[in-house]
Design a protein around this ligand. Sequence first.
Ligand SMILES: Cc1cc2nc3c(=O)[nH]c(=O)nc-3n(C[C@H](O)[C@H](O)[C@H](O)COP(=O)(O)OP(=O)(O)OC[C@H]3O[C@@H](n4cnc5c(N)ncnc54)[C@H](O)[C@@H]3O)c2cc1C
Length: 420
Amino acid sequence: MSKRVIVVGAGLAGLTAAYELTCAGFDVQLFEARERFGGRVQTVSLGAEQHGELGAEFVDDNHTALISYATQFNLKLEPAFKFPDDICYYIDGNFSTQKTLTAQQQASLNDLYEQLDQLLTQQADPAQTLAEWLTSHSTDPFACKVVRQQSYGLYAADPEAIGVGFFAYSGTSGDRNLRIRGGSSQLAMSFAHFLGDRIHLNTPVRRIQQQEQTISVSLETVQGQVEVFADWIVVTIPWSVLRHLSIEVPLTEAQREAIAHLSYGVSIKTLLQYSNRFWQQSSWGLVVGETPYQTVWESTVTQPGEAGILACTSSGTPSRNVAGHSVELAQQTVSTLKPKAPKAIATATHDWSADPWSQGSYCYFAPRDLKSWRSDLPYSAGRVIFAGEHSAPVEYCGYMEGAIRSGQRAAAQISAFVIT
Ligand SMILES: Cc1cc2nc3c(=O)[nH]c(=O)nc-3n(C[C@H](O)[C@H](O)[C@H](O)COP(=O)(O)OP(=O)(O)OC[C@H]3O[C@@H](n4cnc5c(N)ncnc54)[C@H](O)[C@@H]3O)c2cc1C
């Protein structure tokens, strides 16, 4: 008899786990709370046959697991940015590109990046937030401001909250990044197409219980509460959401602590479509700035048409002032960077911390969390296997790559249990 596996959550982690387990001959059912699959991957169409991403957009060129599935599903990857050449800065009211940075600014920035690299080489996790570390490691206000903005842009986290040991992993991303042609949702769709009616949308899991030989799960369905049983369960729900569910499973103290306290960044992503690409006369790559939206870039570089879409993200505590006025403040940010910018012709926005099924953007680690419970935390408890970006190797946490790798790991763990 084939072994039954329940997968909870149809983001990339759940889709990957369900795909791999189905290929390995397991009887898989995947339950998803939302009315769509993809989770924090959400491509949206605006006008003029153009699209943007409300969630994940970029694929680093060293994200090999994702690239390998994209190849398998015949998806094309297109160039996005080269680092650091394409980064521009808006600091202290001045716009600068890599080429216009002063020698002093460039040297101070390089010095900070080298010191962060050393932390990574030593696998250090000092008891310092990024903000504290910057104060004690640089006297250059420009370099400190740039790195602070990168904390928002990369990890959606306040520099006063993120551990510098974790922030140092930002140095492990590739030299250039890519996008999936047609949008990131193409990848989720490819998995979902294969899985077919094994995926059940609009079906939130409310309780997970382990009995001696089985797992039972309470589902909220249109017919009311339903109980389903399986031999194994893969739980990919973000821990920001999982901590509010009833999980009657033999967890270790460290697991309970991690589920309860793992930090999540907050982020609002807003897309503004304009009738023409007025920003292209100046060299805009990815703009990192002291504006309500700390990062702005063009999402339509490889999409045809006169119109174009700017993607803007506001993260961390500053994003609290943006909530409720997101489109207006995104347009204000663009006007600050490019005075006389016209009004957007179409918009889309999503606040990931107000979203009940994510309650945050992606995980980050506070000072000492990497050392105290992250490095050797087991991602299984009895018949429950945890997956999701938060359970990936540290350098992939917060990325689609992390979700995919965790899904592969969960499938391999179950296969190994069954074989032994
Ligand atoms: C604004 C933003 C920008 C990003 N940019 C990038 C980027 O450029 N590149 C990159 O690689 N990554 C990026 N990411 C991160 C990336 O989106 C995530 O790391 C990845 O998609 C997480 O996948 P996952 O499967 O772990 O989680 P999710 O995608 O969150 O999947 C979990 C699923 O579980 C479901 N769920 C929750 N609770 C329940 C329940 N009780 N019952 C059933 N289902 C439930 C959710 O609805 C969701 O579909 C970004 C994320 C955000 C928010």
